[in-house]
Design a protein. Structure first.
Length: 162
C-alpha cells in the first residue's frame, strides 16, 4: 500500500475501512492510498452509492444543463440549426460508438435525416467524466421515443483513449 495522501489528518472520520477515511480535505471524497484512486470506494460518496436511478437522474440533469439549450428539452433540436436527438440515427444506432465520439470529441456539420446542419457540436471530453458521458448518452438513447442500447462508462473510457 502507498502513502496516505490526506492533507487534513486532524479532521478524519474513521470509516472502519483500514486506511480509508473521510476527512473533507479533497472535498466530499474518501481519502486513502493512491492504489484506491480508481476504486468505487474511493470515488465521491454520492457516486459510490449511485444506482440505475441515480444514473438516470444524473443523465437528465446533465442533458438539461449542458445539451437542452441547443437540442431542446424535447430532443427535437432547432430546425436547420441544431439537430434533433429524437429519432437521430446516430443516437438510435445499435452500436453507440459514433454517439460517444460526437459527445466526447464534437462534430462540425453533417447530414441528419437529409437535413444539413452547419452548427458545431462542442467537445465535452475535457468537461465530463466517463460516468457523466455514460449518463447523458443513456438519457439521450432512452428518451423521446428512442430505445437504443445503452453504453457503459468503461466503453466510454475505451473510446476516449483511442
Amino acid at each position: 500500500m502507498g502513502a496516505d495522501p490526506c492533507r487534513n489528518s486532524e479532521a478524519r472520520a474513521d470509516l472502519g475501512m483500514g486506511s480509508l477515511h473521510r476527512c473533507g480535505c479533497m472535498g466530499d471524497v474518501l481519502c486513502g492510498p493512491p492504489e484506491f484512486a480508481q476504486t468505487p470506494t474511493y470515488r465521491k460518496i454520492s457516486e459510490a452509492q449511485a444506482g440505475p436511478e441515480k444514473g438516470a437522474a444524473l443523465g437528465a440533469d446533465l442533458y438539461r444543463t449542458s445539451c437542452a439549450s441547443c437540442h431542446q428539452n424535447n430532443g427535437q433540436g432547432v430546425p436547420n440549426v441544431f439537430p434533433p436527438l429524437a429519432g437521430n440515427p446516430v443516437v438510435t444506432a445499435a452500436d453507440p460508438t459514433e454517439h460517444v465520439k460526437v459527445v466526447l470529441f464534437g462534430k462540425k456539420g453533417g447530414l441528419i435525416n437529409g437535413v444539413a446542419y452547419r452548427a458545431e457540436m462542442p467537445a465535452w471530453a475535457d468537461q465530463l467524466s466517463d460516468e457523466e458521458v455514460e449518463a447523458v448518452i443513456n438519457h439521450e438513447r432512452t428518451s423521446w421515443g428512442n430505445n437504443a442500447p445503452t453504453v457503459t462508462a468503461e466503453e466510454v473510457g475505451r473510446i476516449r483513449r483511442r
